[in-house]
Design a protein around this ligand. Structure first.
Ligand code: ATP
Ligand code: MG
Length: 137
């Protein structure tokens, strides 16, 4: 059974959408096995998104992610990584399919409500970035 790292981003926590977004995950068969609300520093946001450091939106992305609290969580299920990305929808809400989280809740390509790991290696790395072994059962 697979696990993936999910983040409910500041635009969504600010609008009190955590429960509605979690309902989408659970309806899709994803189990929330760990979850906490934290506020990232600029340094932590920068480290988390280091793969994007050459992209033009990197500074804006880090400032956004550090602007207000986020909810970080581990989702578990069969094919959880792909399933989560399906439930999230396309990065840009204008391209996101009907019924996806980003279609329903995202404000823009930057403020797009959720993050999800994109591969098994990044999932493992991102889960350990936020959670210790003791927090995962
Ligand atoms: P995530 O990694 O957050 O799950 P993703 O894999 O769909 O999203 P990436 O290409 O990895 O998209 O981009 C990471 C994040 O950077 C996006 O979720 C979005 O918040 C931001 N981003 C991506 N493209 C742009 C852009 N053109 N302008 C502003 N922000 C962007
Ligand atoms: Mg990504």
């Amino acid at each position: 059974i697979e696990r993936t790292l999910s983040i409910i981003k500041p635009d969504a926590t600010r609008r009190n959408l955590t429960g509605k977004i979690n309902a989408k995950f659970e309806e899709a068969g994803l189990r929330i096995v760990a979850q906490k609300r934290i506020k990232l520093s600029m340094g932590q946001a920068g480290k988390f998104y280091e793969v994007h450091k050459e992209r033009p939106f990197y500074g804006e992305l880090c400032e956004f992610m550090a602007s207000e609290p986020v909810v970080v969580q581990v989702l578990e299920g069969e094919g959880a990584i792909l399933k989560n990305r399906e439930v999230m929808g396309a990065t840009n809400p204008a391209d996101a399919a009907e019924g996806t989280i980003r279609k329903e809740y995202a404000l823009s390509v930057g403020e797009n409500s959720v993050h999800g790991s994109d591969a098994p290696e990044t999932a493992a790395q991102e889960i350990s970035f936020f959670f210790s072994g003791l927090e995962l059962v």
